[in-house]
Design a protein around this ligand. Structure first.
Ligand SMILES: Cc1ncc(COP(=O)(O)O)c(C=O)c1O
Length: 394
């Protein structure tokens, strides 16, 4: 199978697996244990914290491991909500992941918060004028915007959004889950207050995340119990996954320092150019110059993505339409709606996302298969024959 869905998840890097194995076997000790074997496991966790911190230019003591990226997002939002006083407005964007949007809905319904979702332009980038106006209101508790979008790969004007929020005295969080490991993320350049990370997006296992918390900020833990993670996130540490995420962070830092993932971008651009050469009516969606280098978001005129995905699956190519979390939903994605796409364009778009393991041979085969599938569907559906059913898969 040719796997082109790395924004949904990635393969665990073999070196990551090697690093994890001892912690799943003979190094099985609890890092809180007082004996030497426990302390040695604790050292593994602390090394991972340093590796994770280094990837984002942070101090290791400001990194807290969580059970996933969703938890990191939830922890920030519910933490602040418990300390909101009379500030009950959250400013976010229309294109956030459900791990932010569903929490917003909950805060709105159960706790009476006002949620303000700022729009994006056709290129998928945040409207900074509207953002500025929104964050400058008196009752804003939190401003949160994703660093890069999971569907389109569009990198947001994060430095500007952060600066505007902080100038207005508002706490700034970013869901950087699709950015960390894929593009330069450095909190020295963008001094965010909170930042969410997920390991499985950059070759660590699924079910491990991290939260960066600027030191000195007040934080109310979501999980209370044994006081692990210096009381910020209780629960016996998922040591093997933590150590794996640390190793993955180190590998990604090396890759980014080497070529900034230009090799992946070259393959992505080649795929786009080949598809546009071999097929009519292929549109590249989103602001091309502001994308993570692994992501292509393409619309195929007169060709429904749901059908395309089924054919591509048959032909051995895995990619997606919309985001993984929208599987089974028969509606255009909220991201594409926010970008002003017509239903036809939204429903005819694919997300193709590469990783450090993607090869030129795979891209050549994928191009061949996509061309075959698009031509077949256009023959069956006829030009302009986009049918009524759209299924979003990851
Ligand atoms: C932007 C974004 N935020 C949050 C998440 C959720 O992360 P996790 O799967 O680690 O809970 C994802 C995963 O798809 C994502 O892409």
């Amino acid at each position: 199978m040719i796997y082109l869905d790395s924004n949904a998840t990635t393969q665990v890097h073999p070196e990551v697996l090697d690093t994890m194995m001892p912690y799943l076997t003979d190094q099985c000790f609890n890092p809180s244990s007082g004996y030497r074997a426990g302390k040695s496991v604790k050292l593994g966790v602390e090394k991972a914290r340093e590796q994770m911190a280094s990837l984002i230019g942070a101090q290791s003591q400001d990194i807290y491991f969580t059970g996933c990226g969703t938890e990191a997002n939830n922890a920030v939002m519910y933490s602040l909500a418990t300390m909101c006083g009379d500030k009950k407005r959250i400013v976010t964007s229309l294109i956030e992941h459900s791990a932010i949007l569903r929490v917003c809905e909950d805060l709105e319904k159960r706790f009476g918060f006002t949620i303000e979702k700022i729009g994006v332009d056709e290129g998928g980038r945040l409207d900074l004028t509207a953002w500025k106006k929104a964050v400058e209101q008196d009752d804003v508790l939190l401003a949160t915007i994703m660093w890069a979008n999971n569907e389109t790969g569009i990198i947001q004007p994060i430095a500007e959004a952060c600066e505007l929020a902080q100038q207005a005295g508002v706490i700034f969080h970013t869901d950087a889950i699709q950015a960390v490991g894929k593009t330069a993320v450095n909190i020295k350049d963008v001094p965010v207050d909170f930042l969410s990370i997920s390991g499985h997006k950059f070759h660590a296992p699924k079910g491990i995340g991290a939260l960066y918390i600027r030191s000195g900020l007040r934080f109310e833990p979501l999980l209370k119990g044994g006081g692990q993670e210096r009381g910020m996130r209780s629960g016996t540490e998922n040591v093997a996954s933590i150590v794996g995420m640390g190793k993955a962070a180190e590998i990604m830092q090396t890759c980014l320092e080497k070529d900034g993932h230009d090799g992946i971008a070259e393959l992505r651009d080649y795929l786009e150019a080949e598809l546009q050469k071999k097929l009519e009516g292929v549109q590249i969606n989103g602001a091309k110059e502001h994308r993570t280098k692994n992501t292509a978001h393409l619309s195929f005129e007169d060709c429904e993505a749901s059908g395309l995905l089924i054919l591509l699956d048959e032909y051995g190519v895995a990619c997606s339409a919309g985001s993984a979390c929208m599987t089974g939903k028969q509606q255009p994605s909220h991201v594409q709606k926010a970008m002003g796409f017509s239903n036809e364009r939204a429903n005819s778009s694919l997300r193709i996302s590469l990783s450090i393991f993607t090869t030129k041979e795979e891209i050549d085969t994928a191009v061949e298969m996509i061309v075959k599938a698009v031509n077949k569907l256009r023959r069956v559906q006829g030009r302009g024959g986009v049918g009524p059913v759209t299924i979003y898969t990851s």
